[in-house]
Design a protein around this ligand. Sequence first.
Ligand SMILES: Cc1ncc(COP(=O)(O)O)c(C=O)c1O
Length: 455
Amino acid sequence: MPRAENDIDPVEALMGSMRDFCDPRGANLMGRVEQFYRWQDLRRRCGLWPYSKSTEEAPLAVCTAKDDTGASFRGLNFASQDYLGLSSDPEIKEVAKSVIEEYGVHSAGSSALAGNTKYSLKLEETISQFLHLGHTVLYPTGWAAGYGVIKALVGPADHVVMDGLAHACLQEGAGSATKNVHRHGHLQIEDVESQLRRIRTRDRENAILVVTEGLFSMDSDTPDLAALQETCHELDATLLVDVAHDLGAIGGSGRGSIGIQNMLGKIDIVMGSFSKTFASNGGFVSCSSPAVKQYLKLYGCSATFSNALSPVQAATVTTAFEIVQSDKGHELRWRMMQRVHQLRNALRDAGLEVLGEPSPIVPVVIGDEALARRVSRRLPELGVVANLVEYPAVAKGNARFRFQVMPTHTSEHVRDLVARFKSAVDAARSECVPHRECSRSEQGHTSSFHQGVPT
Ligand SMILES: Cc1ncc(COP(=O)(O)O)c(C=O)c1O
């Protein structure tokens, strides 16, 4: 890994966050992002920039990757969202090859015009049946689905009540649809209820959309969907659940938290992504209303004015849904969950803090950002591909690693991961001078490097 001169970490590379640069000011539109780049590049040169890695091969349990400087390393891959390993499944690859032969690689149009294919129509049908909701709209990405559904349905006078930890696509969709965005405490149904009551006492004219997720990916936890849906109906609000991380990956039938909580066909609007379990880019929105489906197709900016999923994507995802529902899907989920339980137990035995409930996401808290960056720097040389998540993606002082487990991970992979990770944590702790560096990053933006930068 590239290191700074004398192997000393400039303090600035251990401090600050992306939040410091998210609102650059000045008349020079391009020049004003230079300050961010200097900070990022300093981190990169110190080996403290763990983002924008690439893989040199399929995201298998062990793979070769490159960091953002182009340095190559090989290791245990706990950083891929291919939760059932379907992106390399032979059946899926065969389907993809034959559809490319038949159709080429492009939809060549928006779904509002002539971009639908027999494969996208079949996929819509497949998802509707899987979720017991009659109508499905496809989007080019999950992000486009989350953003687009809110932007299309919510007007400027309406309200969105959303979990404070909801995904960026939902936050952005809400923010661009209305000024009336009310964030509630994470998973706190009583807070949702009191916010809905407060809104309804002064506004009975406009609509309210309540937004949550089936499995929160930074914490691996889940709301009580039945209670949330009941509260919404009682107080004249509509519920939207983003099932990007849980659908296909958890629950006996692969129907995620909705299946586990017996809410199949009972949630007002379900939105999801194919990019985790379903082996492709793409997203969807399902509901029981044909009117909402047609409205989303024609007023949903990110579907209407964007080319539709390619036929190969649609066919791939349809096959992934078939696998998810089959005995093979059941077996893959079972194998993955075995490794999840093993990993969570082993991390705890190693004295580390693991968050949430068992799911393919295993979040391990480090806390201090400077310490977490130092842990992350050691992982490539130890042969580990893993993702660090830090503020503002999670709360300040709550940096964590988000391990993602696949059924192809073996028991030995898990044992090795924990041993290597623990050694990285111990080594990083011993190189940290607490009051000089590691604790300073928690205090906020004290470095002169950040003076004048809006936070
Ligand atoms: C909860 C959630 N919703 C939506 C998305 C966006 O999905 P996609 O990667 O398909 O754009 C993601 C993924 O990154 C996600 O985690």
